[in-house]
Design a protein around this ligand. Structure first.
Ligand code: GLY
Length: 409
């Protein structure tokens, strides 16, 4: 089935302009002081259809494909919104150069890549998820298969892998040569008294800098999804979340990840947790996250952002308000003397009208290249800056803040 460009764009934009979000009786939007103080971009006009994702939705895979564009083109061709964004994030899952998702993801402490994913389909009110899935790159599609073909919502570990193979997904080793070498370097530097030789610190060629909030300083090179520590070891909590609102106002969401690098085998982050890594309510909107899953899980951030939008907050305000809740729910060992977290986290949200926004804890390093998320609408695919709670200068000094947890000394 295909739809005309007029149906795809025109009807949605008109509907979006006049649409009111359902509001809880008597509930007034509560915008905190933090939200008032923090940097927020000007409100964006509603436009449908619209897709937003983490910035790696704009990354080009070895064939030059961009996940968010693939999703957009499928949507324009009449695809179901969840099918479109699952195909969009699959570009990132199959890209061996993205070390935060799927094939090529950084492994656990045993050198095994375990992937997590979840998705929700607004029109049918259904959801699916997989956790600790090994040897299958297409975690988001497996999560959708759980949704489509079973009466369950969440499969993990060996059972999830068996299910995926039964559904026709092809097993493969997800550990690329680069990630295997990075794992050996991480292992070698763990303990100076073990039998692994400690390699001299090395600035890796091609390590990310600039652009998406990275900067090249004495101790680290970092980007939104992977940063290199002073020993040349990459770390990540990187993930991709993608959310869509169609021209007619249907909504879907998906999140997929290889999770925290060097994690304890069996660790599951926020990505496959419905209501944390992503959430979608077809009457209100969708939201999801990337970054430190342990922080997001405690606030059910995807769900909370959607509930804040239900109360009338804009997507950006909802994301900022969730970030504020994250800080309020952070144990003191992970806060500096000013009460600021030693980690970063990002939220992305769209509402039924087609308004969108995203927020993170800390501003990126380079104001000329602000840390960004990806959006695609009738104006094309592009990066736009995050709202943030704290400026770059307010970060605890000399410590990597994105993609890793740094325990205060
Ligand atoms: N947000 C991805 C993870 O913590 O696993």
């Amino acid at each position: 089935m295909s739809i005309s460009r007029r149906d795809f764009l025109g009807a949605g934009a008109a509907a979006a302009a006049g649409l009111a979000l359902p509001t809880l009786a008597g509930a007034e939007p509560v915008i905190s002081n933090i939200v008032d103080r923090a940097a927020r971009p000007a409100p964006r006009p509603a436009s449908r259809p619209v897709i937003i994702s983490a910035a790696n939705g704009m990354e080009k895979d070895p064939e030059g494909k961009q996940g968010i564009k693939v999703a957009w083109d499928l949507l324009a061709g009449g695809a179901d919104p969840l099918d479109a964004i699952v195909a969009g994030v699959n570009v990132v899952e199959l890209n061996p150069n993205d070390q935060s998702v799927g094939l090529g993801g950084l492994p656990d402490e045993d050198g095994v890549v375990q992937v997590d994913a979840s998705c929700m389909h607004g029109p049918s009110k259904r959801a699916g998820a997989v956790g600790c899935l090994e040897d299958i790159a297409d975690a988001a599609a497996v999560a959708k298969a759980v949704m489509d073909f079973t009466d369950h919502i969440f499969l993990v570990g060996e059972g999830a892998k068996r299910f995926a193979i039964e559904m026709g997904f092809k097993p493969q080793n997800l550990l690329t040569d680069k990630s295997r070498r990075d794992w050996l370097r991480w292992k070698a530097d763990l303990n100076p008294d073990d039998n692994w030789l400690n390699l001299p610190a090395r600035r890796p060629a091609g390590a990310p800098k600039g652009g998406r909030g990275g900067r090249d300083d004495e101790t680290l090179q970092q980007s939104l999804h992977v940063y290199y520590d002073a020993r040349g070891v990459p770390h990540t909590y990187g993930t991709i979340n993608m959310n869509v609102v169609t021209a007619s106002g249907d909504i879907a969401s998906v999140t997929t990840t290889s999770g925290l690098s060097w994690k304890i085998p069996g660790r599951v982050g926020d990505s496959p947790i419905i209501g944390a890594g992503q959430y979608c309510d077809n009457e209100v909107g969708a939201a999801g996250s990337t970054g430190r899953g342990e922080a997001n899980m405690k606030v059910c951030g995807g769900f909370l952002a959607v509930e804040f939008m239900r109360q009338g907050m804009s997507p950006t305000e909802a994301c900022m308000k969730v970030m504020e809740r994250v800080v309020a729910m952070t144990e003191s060992r992970l806060l500096d003397e000013h009460g600021r977290p030693y980690f970063d986290l990002q939220y992305y949200a769209v509402n039924k009208k087609g308004e969108y926004g995203a927020a993170m804890a800390y501003q990126g390093a380079d104001p000329d290249h602000p840390t960004s998320f990806a959006v695609c609408d009738d104006k094309g695919a592009r990066l736009e800056p995050f709202a943030y709670m704290y400026t770059y200068d307010q970060r605890p000094k000399g410590r990597p803040m994105s993609g890793t947890l740094v325990i205060p000394k």
